[in-house]
Design a protein around this ligand. Structure first.
Ligand code: ASP
Length: 438
C-alpha cells in the first residue's frame, strides 16, 4: 500500500457497515439463534449497547444544533421580508410534495389492491388518539417556556423561539453583532462535533443493523407481501420520479448528482428510522455537500424533519386503502380527501421518530371510520418499511431545501457539482488553521 493511496470515503464505509451489519444479523438469526453466548453478549450486549450509544450521540446534537444554527441563520438575515418569503416557499413545497405523495399512494393501492383477500385473523386491538385540529397545531408551535421545549425536544417550538431570538439579535446593533459572532462560533463547534461523530458512524450503523436483522423475522413480510411490495415500490417511485422531476424543474441541476450526495444521509435515515436523529447529518449534507447556505438549511431541515414526511404519508395512503380492502369497506372520494387532510395535519405536529407513522395512521383511520385494529395487521412489517420511508422523508426535506435555496440565490452550484466539496473544504480549513497557528 502506498502512502498516497486514497482512503475509502466515509459514505462507502457507512454503506459497508450497513451491508456487513445486515449480513451479520442474518447469519446470527439463521445459524446462531440458539447460542446463548452470542445472544447474551453479542446481540444483547455489544450490538445493543453500541447501537444505543450511537443513536444517543446523534440525538444529543439535535436540540443544540437546531437552536444554534437557526439563530445563526436568522441573525444574519439583513432583510426580514426574506424570512417570510422563505417560510412561505418552504411550507408550500412541503405541503405540495406531501399531498402528491398521499395521492400517489392512494392511486397505487387502488390499482394493485394489496388488501383484497387478506386474512383478518391476526387483527387485535390498537389504541388511537384524536387527530389534532389546525388550531391546536398552531397553538402548540409557540413555547411558553423555551427551556422546557428544548428539554422535551419539541422541534417546532425550538424553531419558533430560535427565529424570534435571531430576529432580535439582528435588530440589536452592536450587542447583536457580538452575540451573533458567538453563535457563529458555536455553530462551527457543533458542526465539528457532527463531523467527529460521523467518523464512528460505520460502526454505529453496523451495530444497529446487526442487532435489528438478528431479531426481525422476514416471515411477516411473506404474509403481507402485496402490502410490502406496493408500499415499498410507491416509496421508491415517489423518490425517483416526483423528487427528480421537482429537483430538475425547480433547480435546473442534476437529480443524479443530488442522489449521489444524499447517500450518507439516506444510510443514516435508513438505519436509525428517525428523521429527527438524522437532522445533524441532513444539515451537514445540505450545507457542505449540496452547497446550500446555512441561512436556508438551518430553517428548512429541522422544519422538514418535523412537518414534511412524504414517506410516512405514502404509508398512510397505502395502509388506509389496504385496511379498507381487507375489511371490505368502500371509501368515498370525501373519505380520501379526509385521509389527505388528516395525514398532512397529523404529520405537522408529530416529530420524525421511529414508528410515529403508525400513531398518525391511527388518527387517519379514526377520521374516516375505519377499524383501528387494522394496524395490528401491518405492525409486523412496519420496522423495515419505517426505515425506507424515513429515507424518503429526509430526501424530500433536502429536495425542498435545494429548491428554496436555489430560488433565493443561496445555493453554491460549484459545491453541488464538486463530488469532493466537503472534503476539500475541510482540508482547506485545516490548512488555514495550521498557517494561523504557525
Ligand atoms: N420514522 C419516521 C421518521 O422519523 C416517521 C414514521 O413514518 O414513523 O421520519
Amino acid at each position: 500500500m502506498t502512502a498516497t493511496k486514497k482512503s475509502m470515503s466515509l459514505t462507502k464505509k457507512v454503506l459497508l457497515g450497513m451491508a456487513i451489519g445486515i449480513l451479520t444479523g442474518f447469519l446470527i438469526r439463521s445459524v446462531f439463534a440458539d447460542v446463548a453466548f452470542i445472544q447474551d453478549y453479542i446481540v444483547n450486549g455489544l450490538f445493543h449497547v453500541g447501537g444505543k450509544v450511537f443513536i444517543a450521540t446523534l440525538k444529543m446534537l439535535v436540540v443544540p444544533l437546531i437552536f444554534v444554527s437557526l439563530v445563526c441563520g436568522t441573525s444574519n438575515l439583513k432583510d426580514m421580508s426574506t424570512l417570510g418569503r422563505l417560510g412561505g416557499k418552504t411550507i408550500s413545497f412541503y405541503l405540495a410534495t406531501t399531498a402528491i405523495a398521499i395521492s400517489f399512494a392512494i392511486l397505487m393501492a387502488n390499482i394493485f389492491q394489496p388488501g383484497v383477500g387478506v386474512d383478518l385473523a391476526q387483527a387485535t386491538s390498537f389504541a388511537s388518539k384524536e387527530a389534532p385540529s389546525l388550531g391546536d397545531v398552531i397553538i402548540n408551535m409557540f413555547p411558553t417556556n423555551p427551556i422546557s421545549s428544548m428539554a422535551e425536544g419539541n422541534t417546532l417550538q425550538i424553531i419558533v423561539f430560535a427565529i424570534l431570538f435571531g430576529i432580535a439579535i439582528s435588530a440589536s446593533d452592536k450587542a447583536g453583532e457580538r452575540i451573533s459572532a458567538v453563535f457563529y462560533d458555536l455553530n462551527e463547534v457543533i458542526m465539528k462535533l457532527v463531523v467527529m461523530l460521523m467518523k464512528v458512524a460505520p460502526y454505529g450503523v453496523f451495530f444497529l443493523m446487526a442487532k435489528l436483522f438478528s431479531e426481525i423475522g422476514l416471515d411477516a413480510i411473506f404474509n403481507l407481501i402485496n402490502y410490502f411490495l406496493v408500499l415499498s415500490a410507491t416509496l421508491v417511485l415517489h423518490a425517483l420520479i416526483t423528487y427528480s422531476a421537482f429537483f430538475k424543474i425547480f433547480t435546473g441541476l442534476s437529480p443524479v448528482k443530488f442522489f449521489k450526495k444524499m447517500e450518507t444521509a439516506i444510510t443514516f435515515a435508513f438505519s436509525t428510522a428517525s428523521s429527527n436523529a438524522t437532522i445533524p447529518v441532513t444539515l451537514e449534507t445540505a450545507t457542505k455537500h449540496l452547497g446550500v447556505n446555512n441561512k436556508v438549511a438551518s430553517f428548512t431541515v429541522p422544519l422538514g424533519a418535523t412537518i414534511n414526511m412524504d414517506g410516512t404519508a405514502i404509508m398512510q395512503g397505502v395502509a388506509t386503502v389496504f385496511i379498507a380492502q381487507a375489511f371490505n369497506i368502500d371509501l368515498s372520494i370525501a373519505d380520501y380527501a379526509a385521509v389527505i387532510v388528516t395525514a398532512t395535519l397529523a404529520s405537522v405536529g408529530t416529530a420524525g421518530v421511529p414508528g410515529v407513522g403508525l400513531i398518525m395512521l391511527a388518527m387517519v383511520l379514526n377520521q374516516v371510520g375505519l377499524p383501528v385494529e387494522g394496524i395490528a395487521m401491518i405492525i409486523g412489517v412496519d420496522r423495515l418499511l419505517d426505515m425506507i420511508r424515513t429515507s424518503v422523508n429526509i430526501t424530500g426535506d433536502c429536495v425542498v431545501t435545494c429548491i428554496v435555496a436555489k430560488s433565493e440565490g443561496e445555493m453554491d452550484v460549484d459545491v453541488f457539482n464538486n463530488p469532493n466539496a466537503a472534503e476539500e473544504a475541510e482540508s482547506l480549513r485545516l490548512n488555514k488553521l495550521r498557517v494561523e497557528q504557525s
